[in-house]
Design a protein around this ligand. Structure first.
Ligand code: ADP
Length: 485
């Protein structure tokens, strides 16, 4: 991997603790492997609670001077970080693809997407506005100021090794917090490379630490039990989110949770079918189905069901599966064997209950964790895929008759992250967008991610929003000041 990079110093395997590049206290390391070929690409420092506590102390010591700078000074440093990420986009993308498997084109896109949050929040650093409120008595003047919450800690997954961290660390640093990140053990290299660039951009020593560790629950406990940490921001499964919420209750810690989804994707009979097919390809097969906003259940109205299935089949059969590092691959491998087993389990459950495989359905000839992009028809609400996120390249097509019926199906889940639908009738569009119990709704589009909009879920998909002008709220506390004149 090193030989592919134009700047090999971006491939860092030590941890970044309190502004120093360090090994684990006990010298332990863990392996990072390329999911496409299974080969070892790095041995990374494997940190524990003691090093994490030191990072938290360093963040606490550094954050006051950081917060005391003007918003513009912090903005300039973040802007420089953004520029460095974009200047090193190709290397960052190579590192990302090597550890995570997604095709290089998507990895480049992710670097630009992650960097866009750094750019956006650099701009927002200057706009942490307060309020004045007319006094409740003649001698009273009321002001509200917003101040950084303190030290924030993040736990993030492997599916977007850069962007999931970027959209947490950028608002935190913008408003003057200290930050300690624990990336997923599958993908620590992208996070460490971001830290190399943060240091070069001039983020002061201690403000940011990155803690690679194979022992997620130990680090999670330190984050939740250390009284200095005032904010935990997590992206991952609802199961782990619940554990962290319970653990953080003792410190009454503020939590942001970006948890699982089970996105419905609805195609009404007045939809532009070709556009709906394109939207499905983007929403379902991006990152090989491994995103929390990926379409998980595709509901197609009876009148267009067969036509849609046929068009989607034609498009899916053209998708090229291969090693992400080779430039013509459109779908990479799945992250690990467990992920493949989950896709197989959903397919066999569908088939056992009367569904049919229209295309794909098996492990791909490339071997390893490659899987054929798959479409299954005749899927119903009784099957597993109706309730569980597949997180793989499986498009299950459900048939429905009426608008009312499909809204019932779509909302019949504990999750509420993203939903999509294709329709033309304006009355229908208005009714359906309002009726869907989701934090994000894509209408006639399969791609909704952007730094300028608030990303987040309702119900058991999470707490808080990332991105947009609301994205700094989770890292700020309000202070109401009552002045008697
Ligand atoms: P995913 O299926 O996307 O990996 P998880 O919720 O299992 O979702 O993992 C998300 C992140 O949370 C990963 O970095 C993982 O290592 C971490 N994690 C898993 N279990 C715990 C835990 N008990 N405490 C803290 N972090 C955890």
């Amino acid at each position: 991997l090193k030989s592919l990079l134009s700047d090999p110093t971006l491939l860092e395997m030590r941890a970044f603790v309190g502004g120093e590049w360090v090994n684990a206290d006990d010298g332990a390391t863990f392996e990072v492997r390329n999911p496409a070929r299974g080969d070892l690409i790095a041995q990374v420092a494997d940190l524990g609670r003691a090093e994490t506590a030191r990072a938290i102390d360093a963040a606490e010591n550094a954050r006051h001077a950081w917060a005391a700078r003007t918003g513009k000074e912090r903005a300039n440093i973040l802007r420089k970080w953004f520029d460095l990420m974009m200047a090193n986009q190709e290397d960052l993308a190579l590192i990302l693809t090597a550890e995570m498997g997604k095709p290089l084109a998507e990895a480049r896109g992710e670097i630009a997407y992650g960097a866009s949050f750094v750019e956006w929040f650099a701009e927002e650093a200057k706009r942490v506005y307060g309020e004045t409120i007319p006094g409740h008595q003649p001698d009273k003047r009321i002001t509200v100021i917003r101040q950084p919450i303190g030290v924030a800690a993040s736990i993030t997954p492997w599916n977007f090794p850069n962007a999931m961290i970027a959209r947490k660390v950028a608002p935190a640093l913008a408003v003057g917090c200290g930050f300690v990140a624990r990336p997923a053990a599958e993908t620590p290299l992208s996070a460490l490379a971001m830290a190399v660039l943060a240091e070069r951009a001039g983020v002061p020593k201690g403000v940011l630490s990155v803690i690679p560790s194979s022992r997620a629950s130990d680090i999670g406990k330190e984050f939740c039990e250390n009284p200095i940490v005032r904010k935990l921001t997590f992206t991952g499964s609802t199961e782990v989110g619940r554990i962290l919420l319970r653990q953080s209750a003792d410190q009454v810690m503020k939590c942001s949770m970006e948890l699982g989804g089970n996105a419905p994707f609805i195609v009404f009979d007045d939809a532009d079918l070709d556009a709906a097919v394109q939207g499905t390809l983007m929403s379902k097969y991006r990152n090989n189905g491994q995103t929390c906003v990926c379409a998980n259940r595709i509901y197609v109205q009876a009148g267009v069901y067969d036509a849609f299935a046929e068009k989607l089949k034609t498009a899916v059969e053209k998708l090229r599966v291969g090693d992400g590092l080779s430039d013509d691959s459109e779908l990479g491998p799945l992250i690990n064997e467990e992920a493949v087993t989950k896709v197989e389990d959903h397919i066999s459950d569908i088939v056992a209950h009367g569904g049919k495989v229209l295309t794909g359905g098996r492990r791909h000839g490339n071997g390893g964790t490659f899987f054929e992009p798959t479409i299954v028809t005749g899927v119903t609400q009784k099957m597993k895929v109706a309730q569980e996120e597949t997180f793989g390249p499986l498009a299950p097509l459900f048939k429905f008759d009426t608008e009312e019926q499909v809204i019932g199906y779509a909302n019949d889940t504990i999750f509420g992250l993203a939903a999509y639908f294709y329709a033309r009738d304006i009355g229908r569009i208005t009714r359906v967008q309002e009726a869907l119990e989701y934090g994000i709704v894509g209408v006639n589009t399969g791609i909704i991610s952007t730094e300028v909009a608030p990303f987040g879920g309702v119900k058991q998909s999470g707490l808080g929003r990332e991105g947009s002008s609301h994205g700094t709220d989770d890292y700020l506390e309000m202070k109401y000041i009552c002045l008697s004149v």
